[in-house]
Every structure is written in structure tokens, then in C-alpha cells.
Ligand binder design. Structure first.
Ligand code: GLY
Length: 435
């Protein structure tokens, strides 16, 4: 008799629903998360409610269930050292250690590593703990800056001159607040261009690329409104993006490979999923940020078209013998539904009506997120509808048809993956590069 592996998943957002779906193809799934995600509940053999950052409790469940391998979805438990603790207690785990996750959890560490190892795609930056030094540096620099807290902020702490900040004067005021609050602040040059997401698997040495994706972080159509966790994303059947020349793709991949190599040399080997958030700038793709996990929503672009077994990939990552990953040549469009008022003042505790059968009839998939078992919204992005097809146009049509079968106090972006919104991005790159 073949022994089915027991895999533990930590987390219960839309990203984790997509991870759960592919893990459950080849393993018995066990889950620890802060709420009961209705999409994950139906895939799981057992499901415990606990804070994802409560590492001792996660460990207790892992040991009680006899888990063979753990998979960590979100970044917060990585920062708490969940991978260190599980592995020290004999539970092989897919994800970076606390030290390696610093690529995401400490933005100064990431910038310094890039500088020290001369990794391509780096930006000019300074870390300050002194208010007057910071102010005079910004004055001397003279060009627009980005102000970043060093640690995790759930996407809310980064402020850019020309967007969330009017000018460098406002940047100085905000940076001063951060120095007073956190003791330190990171100031970077602002880079203009078009952002894209590049996710890879890595076992600490080998890097295996996933299809590129593009996220829509603004709340409303036309790329306006507050920055959110991401209101949707798309990927193309050729696994590239329409505005990214092949040589820029190669440069971005080189950045991620050089980062993994630098982490190995640094004595903090990086294993798991590495997410490069890039800006395609005038001269080259620049790193905006690293994330130490799958993107949310971008996991929902790449995982439904993963042909290989995620359980096997996980085992190879853990064992340090990653071989590869195959993806279907399909385009995908993910549209997230959020409660009205998200992200600043979301309605909570209100029920959603989801006609899953009709969504499926349209050919679309559903992944649940910040929603409990009774379909009550918990305040963050509630669920995502995903279209998958041979072309982007068809994937977008399917996602748009599917999303009409969800009703309640909600909103979503109609322009995710549309021809017009992508044409705007292509135009921006052409204009920037003088083509
Ligand atoms: N979509 C952005 C993120 O996952 O951080």
C-alpha cells in the first residue's frame, strides 16, 4: 500500500486556497489558519483554528497530525521563524528560515545584500536613524524619493513622492515619523516604469521560474484609489507579459538567480518561493521589493496551470534537489472581490451570495479568501474568480462572466486583464523608452 503524504498548510487567504487545491491533488491536507476558509475546508482532512503566527501551536498540530511536510502561505509566520521551529522539530518545511525571510521582512537587509553582491536591478538607497542626516540627504539628492519602513506593513507603509506623498518635503515629514516610531527608515530613489511580478521556486541553489504575472494594486478601475493587497492579476499563455522584451525577462531572472546565490554566500540560504516585485524602468528591470512567498493574487495565476506536482516540488525544495516545474501554456485572469470600503473602512460581518454552480458554468474557478464558513465577509479581499483560457481576451471574458454570480456589499475592478488596461501599460513602456 502506498503511503499518502500528510501535508500541513499554514494560512487561509485566496493564495492559500490555490496552494491547498494543488497540494490536495497528491497529499492529505491539514490546515492551521486564523479563520475557516470555505474553499480550503472542503479540501482538508483536518483544520485547526489558530493564529498563523502562533508558532508553538502550529508545531503542536503538526506533531499531533504526524505531518510529513509543511507549506507556509503568508509572510508573518516566516518572520516569526516558523520554518526554523518546524524543521528543528523534524517537520520538513517549504519556505525560508527567519534569517532568509529577511529578504522580505527587513527591507534594509535586502537592499544591503543587493549592494554588497552587486546584484543587477538595484536602486540607490540609504538607511537613516538620524532625522537631520535624513533631511539633508533628501535635500541634496533633489529627485523624488520613496520612504519605506524596514519591516512588514501589510502593503500600507511604503509611500512614494508623486503618489501618496506630494513632494520631498512631505517625504521628510513621513520619514521623521518613522524614525521616531521604528528607530530607522529606508529612503530610496523613485523609479518610474511598469511593475510586474516574477515568482520562482528555489532549493537554495537552483532557480525555477514561474510564468510572469501583473498585479493591479490600486483599489479602483484606471489604477486609482488606495493601494490594496492586489485587486487582481493576469498572466499570458507564453508566460511572459506583453510589455516585457525577452532581454528584460532574462535580466530579471538573472537578478533572482544572483539573489539566491548571494543568500547562499551570505550564510542564509534561501529555500522556497521567491517573489521579485520588479519595475520595468527605462534602462532595466529594478527590484522594488522581494517577497518570501507566493503573491496574493498572483498564486492564483500560476498554480491552477501548474502541471507538475507541488508536493513533489516541495519535497525537492526541502531536499535541495529541485528539478523543474511545468506549466500549461494558458492565459489567466484573476479578479478579486472586496467588501465595500476596502481597504480603508471595509464592511464586515455581512454575508455574500455566491452561486458557485453558475460561476463554474461560465467556465471560471473560485478561490475563497477573507470569508468564513457561513460566507460572512471578514474585512479583507473576500474571494477571487479566475478565468483560464488559450488567450488573455478569453480568460478575461470568462472571469468577468463568472464574477457576475457573486452579490453583496462588494466591489471589484472590471479592468483587470482587459485589452485597454494592458494597452496603456504597453504605451507607457514605449513612451518611457522613446520607441
Ligand atoms: N500582490 C502583492 C503581494 O502578494 O505582496
Amino acid at each position: 500500500m502506498v503511503n499518502i503524504m500528510r501535508v500541513l498548510l499554514v494560512g487561509a487567504g485566496g493564495r492559500e486556497n490555490a496552494i491547498a487545491e494543488v497540494l490536495a491533488r497528491d497529499a492529505e491536507l491539514y490546515v492551521v489558519a486564523g479563520h475557516k476558509n470555505p474553499g480550503i475546508v472542503r479540501l482538508a482532512k483536518d483544520y485547526a483554528l489558530a493564529k498563523e503566527t502562533d508558532v508553538p501551536r502550529v508545531l503542536d498540530f503538526a506533531l499531533k497530525w504526524g505531518i510529513d511536510m509543511a507549506f507556509i502561505g503568508p509572510e508573518a509566520p516566516l518572520e516569526k521563524g516558523i520554518v526554523n521551529v518546524l524543521e528543528e522539530n523534524g517537520v520538513p518545511t517549504v519556505g525560508p528560515t527567519r534569517e532568509a525571510a529577511m529578504l522580505e521582512t527587513n527591507k534594509a537587509f535586502a537592499r544591503q545584500l543587493m549592494e554588497e553582491h552587486k546584484i543587477p536591478g538595484r536602486k540607490l538607497f540609504r538607511v537613516f536613524d538620524d532625522v537631520s542626516e535624513m533631511k539633508s540627504w533628501i535635500d541634496d539628492f533633489g529627485r523624488p524619493v520613496v520612504v519605506k519602513p524596514l519591516g512588514l506593513t501589510g502593503g500600507k507603509g511604503v509611500k512614494v513622492v508623486g503618489y501618496q506623498l506630494k513632494d520631498n518635503e512631505e517625504a521628510k515629514t513621513y520619514a521623521e515619523e518613522l524614525i521616531k516610531r521604528d528607530g530607522k527608515v529606508l529612503i530610496e530613489e523613485r523609479t518610474d516604469g511598469v511593475e510586474f511580478t516574477f515568482q520562482v521556486f528555489t532549493d537554495g541553489k537552483r532557480v525555477v521560474p514561474m510564468p510572469l504575472a501583473q498585479d493591479y494594486p490600486h483599489a479602483y478601475d484606471g489604477d486609482v484609489g488606495p493601494i490594496t493587497g492586489g485587486m487582481g492579476s493576469y498572466s499570458c499563455e507564453d508566460h511572459l507579459l506583453p510589455f516585457i522584451p525577452k532581454e528584460d525577462y532574462e535580466k530579471a531572472l538573472e537578478t533572482l538567480k544572483a539573489t539566491v546565490e548571494a543568500m547562499r554566500k551570505n550564510g542564509t540560504p534561501y529555500k522556497g518561493i521567491l517573489y521579485g516585485q520588479f519595475m520595468l524602468a527605462k534602462d532595466e528591470p529594478k527590484i522594488i521589493e522581494f517577497n518570501a512567498r507566493f503573491g496574493d493574487p498572483e498564486a492564483m495565476n500560476v498554480l491552477p496551470i501548474l502541471k507538475s506536482s507541488l508536493v513533489e516540488i516541495g519535497e525537492e525544495i526541502v531536499d535541495g534537489n529541485l528539478k523543474g516545474a511545468e506549466f500549461e501554456r494558458k492565459a489567466t485572469v484573476v479578479k478579486y472581490i472586496a467588501p465595500k470600503g476596502y481597504p480603508t473602512n471595509p464592511v464586515r460581518g455581512v454575508k455574500l451570495h455566491v452561486d458557485e454552480a453558475k460561476i463554474r458554468e461560465e467556465g471560471a474557478k473560485v478561490y475563497y479568501a477573507s470569508l468564513d464558513e457561513n460566507f460572512t465577509m471578514l474585512g479583507s479581499r473576500a474571494l477571487a474568480v479566475v478565468g483560464i483560457a488559450d488567450s488573455l481576451e478569453e480568460a478575461e471574458r470568462i472571469a468577468s462572466a463568472g464574477i457576475k454570480h457573486v452579490s453583496g456589499e462588494i466591489f471589484y475592478r472590471k479592468d483587470v486583464g482587459t485589452r485597454e488596461s494592458i494597452a496603456r501599460r504597453i504605451e507607457l513602456v514605449r513612451a518611457m523608452r522613446g520607441e
